[in-house]
Design a binder for this molecule. Structure first.
Ligand code: C2E
Ligand code: MG
Ligand code: MG
Length: 619
């Protein structure tokens, strides 16, 4: 356990030992003078001063954080020799006094020796390699002395001294074990018995200091299990705990010798290791280790008869620079790990500066988004939807954010952030209110549309207040006829656990006459099963399929299949992202009913949309 605490403890004992030798030492000098052995006592005291000066020097030079591993080892060896020398001097004064005729000196010598042994067993309990030899250095001469008395009481004293030696060793060992136990508890995770966060951060700081001394590189792997919460929530914490223990067993198998594995908390683990001369070799080793870890973790687990599967997301950072603290590298690995999560989990990313810039940009967006509504920075643009005759029969409302310092931010950027931070609820209700009001105003101005589409986030839809909100807004701005024009667009990113609640909400909202559309159809992962279960009225073929029309056979097959299927399921179809005449032709020939895309118009501010609408209707 040679960590910072160990060194600190040893460090603190040095002045105590110095004081314990310099001051009582003066008394022995005086006794020597009284008993005509001043010279040897004086020489002895000079040695005491020399050893004390040595101790003082050792006390001064220890700087745990700044010293590398080898310098610390060197210090520890010196410190051990200092301790041995210190107690050897007490044995020396013992030998000097028992060599005299005066019996009073013998009593003092015996007391000195026993006292020193007690001091050694209590002050040095943290380190076996110190207290064991020291107790022997002190007690063995005493035992021999008693033995050489040659009388019966001498033998009795010998037995007592042996017993005392054993007791001192026993007491020191008990304290030592207790210390070790407390140390273990403070530095290890109780569930998995690997190191905990606190130990890891200290260890990392120490490693970094030695790396900056040697100029070498090490890696840091932050491992987060994917969807572990689902296991905990669905199967209970006992199974979750078991799974974590199994995961740790596998991590331990894969952790290379010399590397350190720790649990940061929950389902997050961290490994640091390696001392590579070059960065490239370090990166490669880290990526190889990550790939092995992921492969091993993904093998099936059997916990209490449940067959479980779990994957992991790993972020890697390389420890190299001087000056940075341990937290910086953990944060970097964390950023890389979140990048993996954002890109669909189950993988590994190496941290780079561009990632950090992106994270900062994201945080800035998040910060400013909080004020966007109050500052009236969110507006709606409207993209026309045309029928087969070229008339504008529908519109999709799309959010726009214009910020003084960020400029115009794409909804593809700020909507996901609003979703993750929960701001989407507030933002979404502002968008709903604006859209409802606009629909009413247009109706009053004689703008007749068949449908008015509004995008919804799942988080917004599943918010407890959503239905009440829609109901209130509908009563405030619309009537039954206008409600039937509303089309709520949802995406396929519905979590399996939420689907029943989503269906419930959709059905209640539909009672107001509002319809639902599946946006970005074909890009999600379980489109067909959703189509069956969700009460949908329309699907929007994703831009990704439309844009390959004309040059990719598979794309064409896909689009015509979707169109055929929609016909069978009696769903309306909107083709999104129509950009060319060729794409439009293909869709037209395959009986698509509604079209939306730059080929006709981009999303437009309200006034421009209205002129576009009028121009189209009259044309
Ligand atoms: P979406 O609902 O699929 O919207 C269509 C996106 O495609 C819009 O991007 C639109 O400008 C763009 N687009 C339309 N026609 C074309 C085309 O011909 N070519 C190309 N290249 N792009 C075209 P936008 O406005 O940037 O919105 C991105 C996404 O942000 C939307 O995808 C939607 O998922 C989300 N979003 C936008 N507004 C809102 C909103 O008010 N609420 C919610 N929850 N999400 C919104
Ligand atoms: Mg949409
Ligand atoms: Mg779309």
């Amino acid at each position: 356990m040679k960590d910072k605490r160990f060194y600190d403890f040893l460090h603190r004992q040095i002045p105590v030992l110095m004081v314990l030798s310099l001051f009582p030492g003066l008394g022995y000098l005086f006794l020597g003078w009284l008993n005509d052995i001043f010279m040897p006592a004086f020489v002895w005291y000079l040695l005491v001063i020399a050893v004390a000066l040595w101790g003082y020097r050792l006390y001064r030079i220890l700087d745990f954080d700044a010293m590398g591993e080898s310098r610390r080892d060197h210090w520890y060896r010196q410190c051990s020799w200092f301790v041995y020398a210190f107690f050897l001097l007490w044995t020396l004064i013992f030998l000097l006094y028992v060599g005299q005729d005066a019996y009073k000196l013998h009593y003092i010598a015996i007391f000195t020796e026993i006292g020193a042994a007690v001091v050694a067993s209590s002050l040095l309990a943290s380190d076996r390699r110190l207290y064991r030899p020291t107790i022997f250095i002190l007690m063995v001469p005493l035992i021999i002395y008693f033995l050489f008395i040659g009388e019966w009481y001498g033998y009795v004293l010998t037995i007592f001294a042996c017993t005392l030696t054993w007791v001192l060793l026993y007491a020191a060992t008990s304290s030592h074990n207790l210390l070790m136990q407390a140390y273990h508890q403070a530095t290890h995770d109780s569930l998995t018995a690997i190191y905990n966060r606190q130990y890891f951060i200290e260890h990392l700081q120490t490693r970094m200091n030695s790396l900056s001394e040697s100029g070498e590189f090490a890696y840091l792997l932050l491992i987060d299990l994917d969807h572990f919460k689902t296991v905990n929530d669905s199967l209970g914490h006992d199974i979750g705990d078991h799974l974590l223990q199994d995961v740790v067993a596998r991590l331990q198998q894969q952790t290379p010798a010399g590397a350190v594995l720790a649990r940061l908390g929950g389902d997050e683990f961290i490994i640091t290791g390696g001392d590579f001369a070059g960065r490239a070799a370090c990166e490669q080793a880290a990526l190889e280790l990550s790939a092995n870890l992921i492969a091993r973790l993904k093998e099936i687990y059997v916990v209490a008869k449940h067959h479980l599967y779990i994957s992991a997301s790993i972020g890697v950072s390389i420890i190299s620079r001087r000056g940075a603290n341990a937290g910086t590298f953990i944060k970097e690995a964390d950023i890389a790990m979140y990048e993996v999560k954002a890109k669909g989990r189950d993988g590994v990313f190496m941290f780079n500066e561009e990632m950090s810039a992106r994270v900062e940009n994201r945080l800035e967006i998040e910060r400013l988004l909080h004020f966007a509504l109050a500052n009236n920075e969110i507006t709606l643009h409207y993209q026309p939807q045309l029928d087969r005759t070229g008339r504008v029969v529908g519109v999709e409302a799309l959010a726009r954010w214009n910020n003084a310092s960020l400029g115009s931010v794409s909804p593809a950027q700020f909507i996901p952030i609003a979703e993750q931070t929960g701001l989407i609820v507030e933002l979404g209700s502002h968008i709903l209110e604006t859209a409802f009001r606009t629909l009413r105003e247009w109706h009053d101005q004689g703008i007749e549309l068949d449908q008015f589409s509004i995008n919804l986030s799942m988080r917004q839809l599943t918010h407890y207040d959503f239905e009440a909100q829609v109901d209130t807004l509908a009563q405030r701005h619309l009537d039954a006829g206008l409600c039937r024009k509303l089309m709520f667009e949802i995406t396929e990113s519905i979590d399996a656990e939420d689907i029943n609640q989503v269906i419930l909400v959709m059905n209640r909202v539909k009672q107001l006459g509002i319809r639902f559309s599946m946006d970005d159809f074909g890009t999600g992962y379980s489109s067909l099963s959703y189509l069956n279960r969700l009460p949908l009225d329309e699907i929007k073929i994703d831009r990704a399929f439309v844009c390959v029309l004309g040059h990719e056979k598979e794309g064409q097959a896909m689009v015509s299949t979707i169109l055929d299927m929609a016909k069978i399921l009696k769903l309306n179809v909107v083709a999104e992202g129509v950009e060319t005449a060729e794409q439009f032709d293909f869709l037209f020939r395959h009986d698509c009913q509604l079209f939306q895309g730059y080929y006709f118009a981009k999303p437009l501010p309200q006034d421009q949309f209205l002129s576009y609408y009028r121009q189209r209707q009259s044309g």
